[in-house]
Design a protein around this ligand. Structure first.
Ligand SMILES: C[S@@+](CC[C@H](N)C(=O)[O-])C[C@H]1O[C@@H](n2cnc3c(N)ncnc32)[C@H](O)[C@@H]1O
Length: 226
């Protein structure tokens, strides 16, 4: 089983602390960091063009909800953290878009094949233990021609920054619930069998190891096998 945190060799107190940290602290930290006002512009770009039944993997506290276009009929949310789901409740109440929590793990999405029109990942491919598997699942539940939209931070093309990302990553993973700094999201998306339609990469404001962003849209080929 994948573990985000080292075990304590049986000392229950530390395990409890780790549980409290993951369940209570991390979702609030994500809400605070990913909810920064500067992110709104990026979120609005990421959801642009979504319509119909949209599966959002790593729904978190629902920070994308205010940006969803009115063409979206329902957001099928996949999110393991109970605190994040609780933090999302107010946004869901206030949203004109219907939200159904359908699952806890993007690597095993309890939806039928080809049952969704589109999918969304924002700052989640960095955290899901096996992103290739999550992308395969999304490809399975998307209809042929359906699009996956993604907004992620990741591996910088600058060797100096990438070196620091590799150095910092072990600590980052422990502190930020498994969040990686060196994942190459566009490459992962293409390797999962999607065809890239749009993709843009650049540094945003902030320390460079965390600030290399990719925003993109890729589609499941119309003749694609599930
Ligand atoms: C950095 S947060 C981003 C949350 C949200 N997407 C946003 O943009 O604010 C990463 C999210 O991925 C979720 N996550 C972690 N493992 C996951 C998994 N196996 N399947 C689905 N979501 C997962 C976490 O619980 C967390 O909500």
């Amino acid at each position: 089983m994948h573990r985000f945190f080292p075990t304590d060799g049986g000392r229950g107190g530390s395990v409890r602390n780790v549980g409290v940290y993951r369940e209570q602290v991390v979702p609030r930290m994500v809400e605070w960091m990913c909810g920064a006002a500067g992110m709104d512009r990026w979120r609005a770009l990421a959801v642009d063009g979504l319509s119909g039944r949209v599966v959002e993997v790593g729904f978190g506290s629902g920070l994308n909800l205010p940006h969803y276009p009115s063409d979206v009929d329902v957001v099928l949310a996949v999110e393991p953290a109970a605190t994040a789901r609780r933090l999302a409740e107010r946004r869901i109440r206030e949203s004109s878009v219907r939200v159904e929590h359908v699952g806890l793990d993007g690597q095993h999405i309890p939806l039928d094949d080809a049952s969704c029109d589109a999918a969304l990942f924002t700052f989640t491919l960095c955290t899901v233990p096996d992103p290739a598997r999550a992308l395969r699942e999304v490809r399975r539940v998307l209809r042929p021609g359906g699009a996956v939209h993604f907004l992620e931070h990741g591996l910088s093309p600058d060797p100096g920054v990438a070196k620091w990302q590799r150095r910092i990553e072990p600590v980052q993973r422990r502190l930020a619930d498994g969040c990686h700094l060196t994942r190459d999201s566009p490459a992962l998306v293409e390797r999962a069998g999607f065809v890239m339609r749009r993709s843009e990469q650049r540094y945003v404001r902030g320390p460079k190891p965390w600030s290399w962003f990719t925003i993109g849209v890729a589609v499941k080929p119309a003749d694609g096998t599930p």
